[in-house]
Design a protein around this ligand. Structure first.
Ligand SMILES: *[C@@H]1O[C@H](CO)[C@@H](O)[C@H](O)[C@H]1NC(C)=O
Ligand SMILES: *[C@@H]1O[C@H](CO)[C@@H](O)[C@H](O)[C@H]1NC(C)=O
Ligand SMILES: [Zn+2]
Length: 302
């Protein structure tokens, strides 16, 4: 009898974790047609509400499988892009499309959990406010100030819209930025992006970064050897479950004065665009892998 009860409970238990429906009726679509960060995405519909591999999620070493995965290989990240980057205010973030490099190919990544090449398509940011932090992934219970996303498309697919339909379509690198009182320096690429922010305050405003950079100049000397990786989704509607996430836990230090420029950016209604991060999503038993070269971590856990 106990066995029977246990059996029933066991199979009923997962119901507890099903997402609860909201009574609120909101229109969904692009930022211009309604969705916003007022509830950090809890009111977004469709896959955003019903999906089972949504992002962001909480990351920690304790809840990860520590694995000697291959490191991320950055292809053409040290080649100059063939034209200046244009920063665009999209109303829900600021975004740059990535052109080809001077040698013809776009930058790309492979390695980690990725099978094959993923071509860099865009860079955008999530941030907080003068009083709050705004990274999306929480790492070891900590939310960093800003999270930069470098979005890549599986080279197997023709474009982002096609790639979004496949579970292996997209790879996003999550890079944490941390406000530091006296950072040694800010990386040249990142400095140019932040210097352009005052020119893209208004929705739809565009600003061209002076000169050309390499995509690697956004990363500087970030330690990319340790990372979390898991299968998830876009963190904005339509929350497509197409993304393999690679999130680096070591932050890039930036000065307060640079972060403050993000808080000036305005949304589609002309209000400050702040806290444009999505709430943490259910893990639903997904494996999260932590890649490390520190073998003492590896053996400690075995
Ligand atoms: C993306 O590729 C698909 C398939 O080749 C094509 O039908 C579609 O028009 C393309 N979309 C864009 C926005 O280029
Ligand atoms: C390696 O991991 C162990 C256990 O977590 C830690 O004590 C040690 O400081 C780490 N070493 C390096 C070089 O990161
Ligand atoms: Zn993002």
């Amino acid at each position: 009898m106990y066995a029977n009860l246990f059996h029933k409970l066991f199979f009923l238990l997962p119901l507890v974790y099903h997402p609860t429906k909201h009574g609120i009726d909101t229109s969904s679509g692009s930022a211009n047609s309604g969705w916003n960060f007022d509830e950090h995405g809890l009111d977004w519909e469709g896959t955003c509400m019903t999906g089972r591999r949504q992002s962001p999620i909480r990351l920690s070493i304790d809840s990860s499988l520590i694995m000697p995965l291959p490191r991320i290989f950055f292809g053409n990240y040290d080649e100059r892009l063939n034209r200046p980057l244009t920063l665009v205010n999209k109303g829900y973030t600021v975004d740059m499309a990535i052109p080809e490099t001077r040698i013809g190919q776009k930058p790309f990544i492979t390695g980690g959990l990725l099978k094959g090449k993923y071509v860099a398509e865009g860079v955008h940011f999530h941030w907080g406010s003068p009083t709050t932090r705004g990274a999306e992934h929480i790492i070891n219970k900590r939310r960093f100030d800003i999270e930069m996303h470098i979005v890549h498309r599986n080279a197997h697919y023709n474009n982002i819209s096609e790639a979004l339909n496949y579970p292996d379509g997209i790879a996003v690198l999550g890079i944490m930025l941390k406000i530091t009182r006296t950072p040694d320096r800010i990386y040249p690429g990142l400095r140019k992006v932040f210097a352009e922010l005052p020119n893209v305050i208004e929705y739809h405003a565009e600003g061209e970064l002076p000169g050309t950079i390499t995509l690697g100049q956004l990363l500087g000397d970030l330690n990319t050897r340790n990372f979390y990786t898991y299968k998830g989704s876009l963190t904005t509607p339509d929350c497509n479950e197409a993304v393999t996430w690679t999130v680096f836990p070591q932050p890039i230090p930036i000065p307060y004065s640079e972060a403050a420029k993000l808080w000036q950016v305005l949304d589609v209604n002309g209000n400050p665009l702040e806290n444009n991060y999505r709430a943490q999503q259910r893990r639903n038993n997904r494996p999260v892998f932590y890649r490390t070269i520190n073998l003492s971590n590896y053996y400690l856990r075995k």
